[in-house]
Design a protein around this ligand. Structure first.
Ligand code: UT7
Length: 347
Protein backbone atom coordinates (compact mmCIF):
# COMPACT_ATOMS: atom_id res chain seq x y z
CA UNK A 1 0.00 0.00 0.00
CA UNK A 2 1.38 3.41 -0.99
CA UNK A 3 1.36 6.12 1.66
CA UNK A 4 0.27 9.69 0.98
CA UNK A 5 -3.06 10.88 -0.42
CA UNK A 6 -4.11 7.84 -2.38
CA UNK A 7 -6.33 7.77 -5.38
CA UNK A 8 -9.79 6.73 -4.21
CA UNK A 9 -11.67 9.72 -5.59
CA UNK A 10 -14.50 8.22 -7.52
CA UNK A 11 -15.77 6.12 -4.64
CA UNK A 12 -16.69 9.16 -2.56
CA UNK A 13 -18.82 12.26 -2.73
CA UNK A 14 -20.30 14.01 -5.72
CA UNK A 15 -19.36 13.57 -9.37
CA UNK A 16 -16.85 16.25 -10.38
CA UNK A 17 -15.79 16.92 -13.95
CA UNK A 18 -13.62 19.21 -16.04
CA UNK A 19 -16.04 21.58 -17.78
CA UNK A 20 -13.53 23.82 -19.56
CA UNK A 21 -9.83 24.33 -20.24
CA UNK A 22 -7.70 27.33 -21.21
CA UNK A 23 -4.13 28.50 -21.62
CA UNK A 24 -2.06 31.66 -22.03
CA UNK A 25 1.64 31.95 -22.81
CA UNK A 26 3.85 34.95 -23.53
CA UNK A 27 4.48 35.83 -27.19
CA UNK A 28 8.24 36.12 -26.86
CA UNK A 29 10.16 33.02 -27.97
CA UNK A 30 13.66 32.13 -26.77
CA UNK A 31 15.27 29.58 -29.10
CA UNK A 32 18.22 27.30 -28.49
CA UNK A 33 20.17 29.49 -30.93
CA UNK A 34 19.41 32.50 -28.68
CA UNK A 35 20.74 30.55 -25.67
CA UNK A 36 23.93 29.64 -27.55
CA UNK A 37 24.72 33.37 -27.48
CA UNK A 38 24.19 33.62 -23.70
CA UNK A 39 25.83 30.48 -22.25
CA UNK A 40 28.23 27.74 -23.32
CA UNK A 41 25.67 25.37 -24.81
CA UNK A 42 24.53 24.09 -28.19
CA UNK A 43 21.26 23.40 -29.96
CA UNK A 44 22.40 19.79 -30.43
CA UNK A 45 23.06 19.24 -26.70
CA UNK A 46 19.76 20.78 -25.62
CA UNK A 47 17.72 18.76 -28.11
CA UNK A 48 19.55 15.49 -27.44
CA UNK A 49 19.40 15.79 -23.62
CA UNK A 50 15.99 17.47 -23.18
CA UNK A 51 14.02 17.58 -26.45
CA UNK A 52 13.50 21.34 -25.99
CA UNK A 53 13.74 23.56 -29.10
CA UNK A 54 12.27 26.81 -27.80
CA UNK A 55 10.44 28.24 -24.81
CA UNK A 56 8.10 31.18 -24.12
CA UNK A 57 9.55 33.96 -21.99
CA UNK A 58 7.72 36.71 -20.11
CA UNK A 59 8.67 40.29 -20.95
CA UNK A 60 9.86 42.54 -18.12
CA UNK A 61 6.36 43.91 -17.67
CA UNK A 62 4.62 40.52 -17.82
CA UNK A 63 4.01 38.40 -14.73
CA UNK A 64 2.30 35.27 -13.46
CA UNK A 65 -1.19 36.59 -12.65
CA UNK A 66 -1.57 37.94 -16.20
CA UNK A 67 -1.02 34.50 -17.71
CA UNK A 68 -3.34 32.98 -15.07
CA UNK A 69 -6.10 35.46 -15.96
CA UNK A 70 -5.75 34.73 -19.68
CA UNK A 71 -5.99 30.97 -19.12
CA UNK A 72 -8.86 31.35 -16.63
CA UNK A 73 -10.96 33.45 -19.00
CA UNK A 74 -10.62 30.84 -21.75
CA UNK A 75 -11.55 27.98 -19.42
CA UNK A 76 -14.56 29.90 -18.05
CA UNK A 77 -15.78 30.68 -21.56
CA UNK A 78 -15.51 27.05 -22.64
CA UNK A 79 -17.29 25.90 -19.47
CA UNK A 80 -19.97 28.56 -19.86
CA UNK A 81 -19.49 29.88 -16.34
CA UNK A 82 -19.58 33.50 -15.18
CA UNK A 83 -17.23 34.99 -12.61
CA UNK A 84 -20.13 35.10 -10.15
CA UNK A 85 -20.46 31.29 -10.37
CA UNK A 86 -16.94 30.61 -9.10
CA UNK A 87 -16.61 29.41 -5.51
CA UNK A 88 -12.87 28.72 -5.48
CA UNK A 89 -9.87 30.21 -7.28
CA UNK A 90 -6.85 28.00 -6.69
CA UNK A 91 -3.48 28.80 -8.25
CA UNK A 92 -0.56 26.43 -8.15
CA UNK A 93 2.66 28.36 -8.62
CA UNK A 94 6.25 28.59 -7.42
CA UNK A 95 6.62 31.98 -9.10
CA UNK A 96 3.83 34.13 -7.63
CA UNK A 97 3.53 37.82 -8.50
CA UNK A 98 4.82 38.49 -4.95
CA UNK A 99 5.12 36.54 -1.67
CA UNK A 100 1.81 38.02 -0.54
CA UNK A 101 -1.00 38.59 -1.20
CA UNK A 102 -1.57 35.34 -3.02
CA UNK A 103 -1.63 35.40 -6.81
CA UNK A 104 -5.05 33.74 -6.54
CA UNK A 105 -6.45 36.82 -4.76
CA UNK A 106 -5.02 39.06 -7.48
CA UNK A 107 -6.64 36.87 -10.15
CA UNK A 108 -9.92 36.75 -8.23
CA UNK A 109 -10.08 40.55 -8.39
CA UNK A 110 -9.04 40.74 -12.03
CA UNK A 111 -11.70 38.30 -13.25
CA UNK A 112 -14.34 39.64 -10.86
CA UNK A 113 -14.97 36.40 -8.95
CA UNK A 114 -16.12 38.41 -5.94
CA UNK A 115 -17.77 35.55 -4.08
CA UNK A 116 -14.91 33.07 -4.46
CA UNK A 117 -12.36 31.94 -1.89
CA UNK A 118 -8.87 32.30 -3.35
CA UNK A 119 -5.54 30.82 -2.37
CA UNK A 120 -2.21 29.62 -3.77
CA UNK A 121 -0.63 26.22 -3.49
CA UNK A 122 3.05 25.30 -3.90
CA UNK A 123 3.89 21.78 -5.00
CA UNK A 124 6.57 22.57 -7.60
CA UNK A 125 5.97 21.07 -11.00
CA UNK A 126 3.32 18.77 -9.47
CA UNK A 127 1.30 21.86 -8.58
CA UNK A 128 -1.48 21.38 -11.11
CA UNK A 129 -2.16 17.79 -10.04
CA UNK A 130 -2.15 18.92 -6.39
CA UNK A 131 -4.55 21.73 -7.33
CA UNK A 132 -6.81 19.27 -9.11
CA UNK A 133 -6.80 17.07 -6.02
CA UNK A 134 -7.69 19.95 -3.67
CA UNK A 135 -10.28 21.49 -6.01
CA UNK A 136 -11.80 18.09 -6.56
CA UNK A 137 -12.12 17.47 -2.82
CA UNK A 138 -14.04 20.71 -2.32
CA UNK A 139 -16.36 20.12 -5.26
CA UNK A 140 -16.90 16.43 -4.47
CA UNK A 141 -17.75 17.29 -0.86
CA UNK A 142 -20.28 19.94 -1.90
CA UNK A 143 -18.33 22.78 -0.27
CA UNK A 144 -17.91 24.27 -3.77
CA UNK A 145 -19.86 23.80 -6.99
CA UNK A 146 -17.46 25.52 -9.37
CA UNK A 147 -13.68 25.70 -8.92
CA UNK A 148 -11.10 27.37 -11.09
CA UNK A 149 -7.84 25.41 -10.87
CA UNK A 150 -4.86 27.13 -12.47
CA UNK A 151 -1.18 26.32 -12.91
CA UNK A 152 0.75 29.52 -13.66
CA UNK A 153 4.44 30.33 -13.75
CA UNK A 154 7.05 32.91 -14.71
CA UNK A 155 10.05 30.65 -14.16
CA UNK A 156 12.38 32.62 -16.41
CA UNK A 157 12.35 35.44 -13.83
CA UNK A 158 14.07 33.03 -11.42
CA UNK A 159 16.33 31.39 -13.98
CA UNK A 160 20.08 31.83 -13.59
CA UNK A 161 21.31 32.59 -17.11
CA UNK A 162 24.88 31.92 -15.91
CA UNK A 163 24.03 28.28 -15.12
CA UNK A 164 23.84 26.33 -18.37
CA UNK A 165 22.59 23.19 -16.62
CA UNK A 166 19.28 24.87 -15.71
CA UNK A 167 18.80 27.98 -17.88
CA UNK A 168 18.04 26.00 -21.02
CA UNK A 169 15.14 24.18 -19.38
CA UNK A 170 12.46 26.62 -18.28
CA UNK A 171 9.63 28.62 -19.83
CA UNK A 172 6.59 30.67 -18.78
CA UNK A 173 2.81 30.43 -19.13
CA UNK A 174 -0.41 29.24 -17.54
CA UNK A 175 -3.13 26.67 -17.99
CA UNK A 176 -6.50 26.44 -16.28
CA UNK A 177 -9.48 24.16 -15.84
CA UNK A 178 -12.98 24.76 -14.52
CA UNK A 179 -14.12 21.95 -12.24
CA UNK A 180 -17.85 21.51 -11.73
CA UNK A 181 -19.90 19.17 -9.59
CA UNK A 182 -23.51 18.10 -9.31
CA UNK A 183 -25.51 15.94 -6.98
CA UNK A 184 -24.91 12.70 -8.84
CA UNK A 185 -22.67 10.30 -6.93
CA UNK A 186 -19.01 10.17 -7.96
CA UNK A 187 -19.42 6.49 -8.79
CA UNK A 188 -21.49 7.49 -11.85
CA UNK A 189 -18.29 8.57 -13.55
CA UNK A 190 -17.18 4.92 -13.42
CA UNK A 191 -20.17 4.12 -15.60
CA UNK A 192 -19.03 6.29 -18.48
CA UNK A 193 -20.05 9.81 -17.42
CA UNK A 194 -17.37 12.52 -17.42
CA UNK A 195 -15.61 12.84 -14.11
CA UNK A 196 -12.45 12.83 -12.05
CA UNK A 197 -11.94 9.11 -11.52
CA UNK A 198 -8.89 9.15 -9.30
CA UNK A 199 -6.22 11.57 -8.06
CA UNK A 200 -3.19 10.62 -5.96
CA UNK A 201 -0.55 13.00 -4.60
CA UNK A 202 2.67 12.19 -2.74
CA UNK A 203 5.67 13.98 -1.18
CA UNK A 204 9.18 13.19 0.06
CA UNK A 205 10.86 16.11 1.85
CA UNK A 206 14.07 14.11 2.34
CA UNK A 207 14.78 14.87 -1.34
CA UNK A 208 14.04 18.61 -1.09
CA UNK A 209 17.67 19.47 -1.89
CA UNK A 210 17.46 18.01 -5.41
CA UNK A 211 15.43 20.90 -6.76
CA UNK A 212 15.18 24.23 -4.96
CA UNK A 213 15.30 28.00 -5.05
CA UNK A 214 17.22 28.55 -1.81
CA UNK A 215 17.06 32.36 -1.58
CA UNK A 216 14.36 34.97 -1.24
CA UNK A 217 12.51 33.39 1.66
CA UNK A 218 13.05 33.68 5.43
CA UNK A 219 16.06 31.33 5.48
CA UNK A 220 18.09 33.37 3.00
CA UNK A 221 16.13 36.62 2.97
CA UNK A 222 16.22 39.21 0.20
CA UNK A 223 17.30 41.93 2.65
CA UNK A 224 20.78 40.35 3.05
CA UNK A 225 23.24 41.36 0.28
CA UNK A 226 24.92 37.94 0.47
CA UNK A 227 21.68 36.27 -0.69
CA UNK A 228 21.99 37.84 -4.12
CA UNK A 229 25.80 37.65 -4.15
CA UNK A 230 25.56 33.86 -3.73
CA UNK A 231 22.88 33.76 -6.47
CA UNK A 232 20.45 32.08 -4.10
CA UNK A 233 17.12 33.39 -5.49
CA UNK A 234 17.53 31.20 -8.56
CA UNK A 235 16.42 27.71 -9.51
CA UNK A 236 18.98 25.00 -8.67
CA UNK A 237 18.70 21.38 -9.62
CA UNK A 238 20.71 18.20 -9.33
CA UNK A 239 19.42 17.11 -12.73
CA UNK A 240 20.73 13.59 -12.93
CA UNK A 241 19.41 12.45 -9.54
CA UNK A 242 16.11 14.23 -10.14
CA UNK A 243 15.78 12.48 -13.49
CA UNK A 244 15.95 9.00 -11.96
CA UNK A 245 13.42 9.70 -9.21
CA UNK A 246 11.13 11.35 -11.77
CA UNK A 247 10.91 8.31 -14.04
CA UNK A 248 10.29 5.91 -11.15
CA UNK A 249 7.68 7.96 -9.31
CA UNK A 250 5.80 9.05 -12.46
CA UNK A 251 5.43 5.43 -13.53
CA UNK A 252 4.40 4.30 -10.04
CA UNK A 253 1.77 6.96 -9.45
CA UNK A 254 0.35 6.55 -12.96
CA UNK A 255 -0.13 2.85 -12.25
CA UNK A 256 -1.68 3.69 -8.90
CA UNK A 257 -4.45 5.95 -10.25
CA UNK A 258 -5.12 3.74 -13.28
CA UNK A 259 -5.64 0.71 -11.04
CA UNK A 260 -7.78 2.73 -8.64
CA UNK A 261 -9.91 3.99 -11.54
CA UNK A 262 -10.41 0.38 -12.66
CA UNK A 263 -8.57 0.93 -15.95
CA UNK A 264 -5.53 -0.32 -17.81
CA UNK A 265 -2.95 1.44 -19.97
CA UNK A 266 -4.84 0.27 -23.06
CA UNK A 267 -7.85 2.37 -22.05
CA UNK A 268 -5.84 5.63 -21.92
CA UNK A 269 -6.58 7.98 -24.82
CA UNK A 270 -3.84 10.43 -23.80
CA UNK A 271 -1.07 10.26 -21.24
CA UNK A 272 -0.12 13.85 -20.41
CA UNK A 273 3.11 13.73 -18.42
CA UNK A 274 4.68 16.84 -16.91
CA UNK A 275 6.79 18.32 -19.71
CA UNK A 276 10.26 18.49 -18.13
CA UNK A 277 12.36 16.41 -20.48
CA UNK A 278 11.58 14.37 -23.59
CA UNK A 279 13.67 11.47 -22.29
CA UNK A 280 11.66 11.31 -19.04
CA UNK A 281 8.38 11.46 -20.99
CA UNK A 282 9.43 8.62 -23.32
CA UNK A 283 10.71 6.48 -20.45
CA UNK A 284 7.46 6.83 -18.50
CA UNK A 285 5.33 5.95 -21.52
CA UNK A 286 7.43 2.81 -22.05
CA UNK A 287 7.27 1.81 -18.38
CA UNK A 288 3.50 2.01 -18.16
CA UNK A 289 2.88 0.64 -21.68
CA UNK A 290 1.14 3.63 -23.23
CA UNK A 291 2.22 3.69 -26.91
CA UNK A 292 4.10 6.80 -28.00
CA UNK A 293 1.29 8.04 -30.28
CA UNK A 294 -0.88 8.43 -27.17
CA UNK A 295 1.76 10.22 -25.07
CA UNK A 296 1.36 13.97 -25.50
CA UNK A 297 4.54 15.98 -25.97
CA UNK A 298 4.92 19.75 -26.30
CA UNK A 299 8.15 20.20 -24.33
CA UNK A 300 9.93 21.10 -27.61
CA UNK A 301 7.79 24.27 -27.87
CA UNK A 302 7.51 25.39 -24.24
CA UNK A 303 10.33 23.83 -22.20
CA UNK A 304 9.47 23.10 -18.58
CA UNK A 305 6.69 25.42 -17.38
CA UNK A 306 6.37 23.68 -13.99
CA UNK A 307 2.77 23.80 -12.67
CA UNK A 308 1.54 25.17 -16.01
CA UNK A 309 2.83 22.32 -18.16
CA UNK A 310 -0.02 19.82 -17.79
CA UNK A 311 -2.94 22.27 -18.09
CA UNK A 312 -1.32 23.93 -21.15
CA UNK A 313 -0.98 20.49 -22.77
CA UNK A 314 -4.50 19.49 -21.76
CA UNK A 315 -5.92 22.64 -23.32
CA UNK A 316 -3.99 22.15 -26.56
CA UNK A 317 -5.49 18.67 -26.95
CA UNK A 318 -8.97 19.70 -25.84
CA UNK A 319 -9.20 22.89 -27.91
CA UNK A 320 -7.93 21.06 -31.02
CA UNK A 321 -10.72 18.49 -30.66
CA UNK A 322 -8.29 15.69 -29.94
CA UNK A 323 -10.16 14.75 -26.75
CA UNK A 324 -13.62 13.29 -27.32
CA UNK A 325 -16.50 12.59 -25.01
CA UNK A 326 -15.76 9.54 -22.86
CA UNK A 327 -11.98 9.68 -23.43
CA UNK A 328 -9.78 8.71 -20.49
CA UNK A 329 -6.96 11.16 -19.82
CA UNK A 330 -4.07 10.26 -17.53
CA UNK A 331 -2.00 13.18 -16.19
CA UNK A 332 1.18 12.61 -14.18
CA UNK A 333 3.60 15.12 -12.69
CA UNK A 334 6.75 15.33 -10.66
CA UNK A 335 8.61 18.23 -9.08
CA UNK A 336 10.20 20.15 -6.23
CA UNK A 337 9.44 18.96 -2.73
CA UNK A 338 9.95 16.35 -3.95
CA UNK A 339 6.35 15.83 -4.95
CA UNK A 340 4.58 13.63 -7.47
CA UNK A 341 1.03 12.86 -8.40
CA UNK A 342 -1.35 11.67 -11.08
CA UNK A 343 -4.98 12.02 -12.07
CA UNK A 344 -7.25 9.84 -14.20
CA UNK A 345 -10.09 11.92 -15.67
CA UNK A 346 -12.89 10.97 -18.07
CA UNK A 347 -13.99 13.72 -20.46
O1 UT7 B 1 10.34 19.71 -13.54
C1 UT7 B 1 10.82 19.22 -12.34
C2 UT7 B 1 11.58 18.01 -12.52
N1 UT7 B 1 12.78 18.22 -13.29
C3 UT7 B 1 13.24 17.25 -14.03
O2 UT7 B 1 12.61 16.24 -14.09
C4 UT7 B 1 14.55 17.42 -14.71
C5 UT7 B 1 15.34 16.16 -14.59
N2 UT7 B 1 16.68 16.20 -15.14
C6 UT7 B 1 16.95 16.41 -16.45
O3 UT7 B 1 16.08 16.65 -17.25
C7 UT7 B 1 18.39 16.24 -16.89
O4 UT7 B 1 19.14 15.73 -15.82
C8 UT7 B 1 19.05 17.53 -17.43
C9 UT7 B 1 18.46 17.87 -18.78
C10 UT7 B 1 18.83 18.66 -16.45
C11 UT7 B 1 20.54 17.32 -17.63
O5 UT7 B 1 20.78 16.23 -18.50
P1 UT7 B 1 21.82 15.08 -18.09
O6 UT7 B 1 21.86 14.14 -19.20
O7 UT7 B 1 21.40 14.57 -16.75
O8 UT7 B 1 23.17 15.87 -18.06
P2 UT7 B 1 24.21 16.02 -16.86
O9 UT7 B 1 23.68 16.98 -15.84
O10 UT7 B 1 24.62 14.66 -16.38
O11 UT7 B 1 25.43 16.69 -17.60
C12 UT7 B 1 26.15 16.00 -18.62
C13 UT7 B 1 27.20 16.92 -19.20
C14 UT7 B 1 28.04 17.64 -18.15
O12 UT7 B 1 29.35 17.76 -18.66
P3 UT7 B 1 30.52 16.77 -18.16
O13 UT7 B 1 30.60 16.98 -16.67
O14 UT7 B 1 30.07 15.41 -18.54
O15 UT7 B 1 31.72 17.27 -18.91
C15 UT7 B 1 27.44 19.00 -18.08
O16 UT7 B 1 28.35 19.97 -17.67
O17 UT7 B 1 26.55 17.95 -19.95
C16 UT7 B 1 27.02 19.23 -19.50
N3 UT7 B 1 25.93 20.18 -19.62
C17 UT7 B 1 25.73 20.91 -20.74
N4 UT7 B 1 26.39 20.96 -21.92
C18 UT7 B 1 25.91 21.79 -22.85
C19 UT7 B 1 24.99 20.51 -18.72
N5 UT7 B 1 24.16 21.43 -19.23
C20 UT7 B 1 24.61 21.70 -20.48
C21 UT7 B 1 24.17 22.56 -21.50
N6 UT7 B 1 24.84 22.56 -22.66
N7 UT7 B 1 23.08 23.35 -21.35
Amino acid sequence: MTNGLRGDSSNHGRRTWIAGTGRAVPDRILTNADLEKIVDTSNEWIIARTGIEERRVAEDDEYTSQFAVGAARQAMEMAGVEAADIDLVLISTVTPDMPFPSTACLVQEEIGARDATAFDLNAGCTGFVYGLSVGHQYVASGAASTALVIGAESLTKYTDYEDRSTCVLFGDGAGAVVLRGDDQPASDSRNGLPGVLSVAIHSDGSLAHLLEMPGGGSRNPPNRPETLEARLPFIRMLGNETFKVAVRTLAEVSGEVLADAGHEADDVKWLIPHQANRRIIDAVGRRIDVPSDRVYVNVHRYGNTSAASIPIALDELNRDGRIGSGDLILMAAFGAGLTWGAAAVRF
